[in-house]
Write a protein that binds this ligand. Structure first.
Ligand code: G3P
Ligand code: CA
Length: 266
């Protein structure tokens, strides 16, 4: 059975705004989440790092250069310093001819602000750094902000997920990399029935290192084991259509407007 975070969403394929919809506006910002929510997305995906003063901040990279006017590692700054930066500084839709969000007051978000502003919309939270204590900080914050049944927590670091599940067993998680490899191997061997997943959600790319991961059989077998199959990062409508026809339960996309239009919800 699906976790409460997905229960409320019903049967429709989910449109999940990757980093808030980074093709449309500056990624991982409150501005992006506001606009994505207004479009009518089902879920907001975002990435987490820890500031020097141990606050969870919403940013994808370990360093500031790609998305902001700052420099160096996120972890070298406290929250106030990070929030003095311009998180819209590097966003461009025309290959660098224009930067429409520079100087518009777009800040790096603290996760607390996301919970305060968007208490109800489901969120996919990604722990980006293992071994720095993010799991405990996150678990405490989810409880404090009544978000335990409003989030799915994922990570590319299996030990981070293991730690998080120990601390926060009531929160839904997605498969870590080791679990994904096991699932793919069992599927390939025709032994999917042996799978007893400790996570309710599978988030994978359709292809990886030249291998096709998302096949009708994989999706069907994962769903038969109770998993909700979400694919990333799907930005073109023909691929969206193909994967939905294949049975995908959710699309994680930089262009949620395209997905909503495709399925007739805009
Ligand atoms: O859920 C994983 C998805 O977000 C893809 O990874 O690098 O965009 O955080 P990334
Ligand atoms: Ca992510």
């Amino acid at each position: 059975s699906l976790p409460a975070v997905l229960d409320d969403l019903g049967e429709r394929p989910l449109v999940i705004a990757h980093r808030g919809g980074k093709g449309l506006w500056p990624e991982n910002t409150l501005f992006a989440f506001e606009r994505a929510a207004a479009l009518g997305v089902d879920m907001l995906e975002m990435d987490l790092h820890l500031s020097q003063d141990a606050k969870l901040v919403v940013i994808h990279d370990e360093t500031l250069e790609r998305t902001t006017n700052g420099q160096g590692p996120v972890a070298h700054y406290n929250l106030a310093e990070l929030q003095a930066l311009d998180a819209g500084y590097k966003w461009t839709a025309d290959g660098g001819q224009s930067y429409p969000y520079r100087g518009q007051g777009t800040r790096i978000a603290a996760l607390e602000e996301v919970f305060e502003r968007f208490p109800l919309i489901p969120k996919a939270l990604e722990i980006k750094v293992p071994d720095v204590g993010m799991e405990a900080v996150l678990c405490e914050m989810l409880a404090a902000y009544d978000q335990l049944d409003r989030v799915i927590v994922g990570s590319f670091h299996e030990r981070s997920l293991k730690r998080f599940r120990e601390l926060c067993p009531e929160v839904a998680t997605s498969a870590g990399p080791v679990s994904v490899r096991l699932l793919l191997a069992l599927n390939w061997l025709g032994l999917s029935d042996l799978l007893s997943p400790s996570y309710p959600v599978l988030q994978i790319p359709p292809e990886h290192s030249g291998l096709t991961l998302a096949t009708p059989r994989l999706i069907r077998n994962a769903q038969a084991r109770g998993l909700h199959v979400q694919l990333w990062t799907i930005n073109e409508q023909p691929e969206m259509r193909r994967l939905l026809e294949m049975g995908a339960d959710g699309l994680i996309t930089d262009y949620p407007d395209r997905a909503l239009q495709l399925i007739g919800r805009s």
